[in-house]
Design a protein around this ligand. Structure first.
Ligand SMILES: [Fe+2]
Length: 312
């Protein structure tokens, strides 16, 4: 049976892979499914080239886990969507978040994060597919937190072992406590504002700062800068300084791969290991993407107050 080709990401990265030559009919082959799963676990992010369509996006997602509805979209009926397991990510002029960044109006910017840090169960991954691409901008950035852990100074490895981080949903990323903040928020989409009032988000979530990838024994710096609030038991200047040091180390530009999208691309990432960001587009451009949420739970997150575990 035919198989696909694997190459490295452009640039000099220890993580990630580019897959070409994959066709829909190969996805029924157990060896292809196993090889793709092994590659995902090993490399963290896979760029698929020359793949098209919603059906293939969902079939590909199913190899890595059950595609599920985004928890903040469950029960929302009045928002037009491509498919119930697809989260629509859209910026167009007059629609979507708009920020001022280095003097330029940028739409659809998302700082470094992993998905769902602000709830107790983190989805295992996602596959992004472009619908409308801008003429300029619109890259998605990825940083591998296994590579980050390996390059941490021993002092920091020792200091962060066993610590836990507190998260809350943050609508306006210019107000984020840590990470790469835009200079000013000019407009927030009504969907984002509405999501913030979701009952599950009225509680803080907690995740370990370091954990071990089950399949390989490699350690991960498990940090989502956008939504981080502090270290459990150390919400003070000293704890915040330590967290800021770890975050600043993690998001150094040389660690990042920025994917420039082309029609026919899909990108899969392991959300238990990769941080990602959206660079945004100039305000007059449009960018529309569809993302699957590959379900799963690494079993290490919790709500600050245990009774809220019943909510999601
Ligand atoms: Fe995300």
């Amino acid at each position: 049976m035919a198989s696909f080709n694997v190459g490295p990401l452009p640039g000099d990265h220890e993580f990630g892979a580019v897959v070409t030559g994959l066709t829909a009919d190969m996805l029924d082959d157990p060896k292809v499914r196993q090889d793709l799963t092994d590659l995902w676990v090993d490399k963290g992010v896979i760029v698929f080239r020359g793949v098209e369509g919603l059906e293939l996006q969902i079939a590909l997602s199913e190899i890595f886990g059950e595609p599920a509805e985004h928890p903040l979209l469950v029960g929302i009926k009045d928002q037009p969507r491509t498919h119930h397991v697809i989260a629509d990510i859209n910026y167009a002029e007059g629609h979507g978040d708009l920020y001022l960044i280095n003097g330029e109006e940028i739409g659809g910017y998302l700082p470094w994060h992993f998905d769902l840090a602000y709830v107790n169960k983190i989805n295992h991954g996602g596959i992004l597919r472009p619908h409308v691409l801008p003429n300029r901008g619109g890259q998605t950035g990825f940083i591998d937190q296994i590579t980050t852990y390996d390059s941490l100074p021993q002092r920091l490895k020792d200091e962060i072992e066993g610590l836990e981080v507190i998260y809350t949903y943050q609508t306006d990323s210019s107000q984020a406590k840590f990470g790469d903040r835009p200079d000013k928020c000019l407009h927030l989409s009504p969907e984002i504002v509405r999501a913030a009032s979701h009952p599950v988000l009225q509680q803080r979530a907690i995740h370990p700062l370091v954990y071990t990838q089950e399949e390989t024994g490699r350690k991960v710096v498990n940090i989502s800068p956008w939504h981080a609030q502090g270290i459990v038991g150390r919400e003070n200047a000293e704890g915040d300084a330590l967290l800021r040091e770890v975050i600043d180390f993690s998001i150094r530009p040389e660690r990042a791969y920025f994917h420039t999208w082309e029609a026919g691309d899909m990108v899969l990432w392991d959300n238990w290991r990769m941080m990602h960001c959206a660079c945004g587009v100039p305000s007059g451009e449009q960018r529309r993407m569809g993302r699957t949420t590959i379900s799963g739970d690494y079993g290490l997150g919790r709500w600050e107050h245990a009774e809220e575990d019943e909510l999601v």
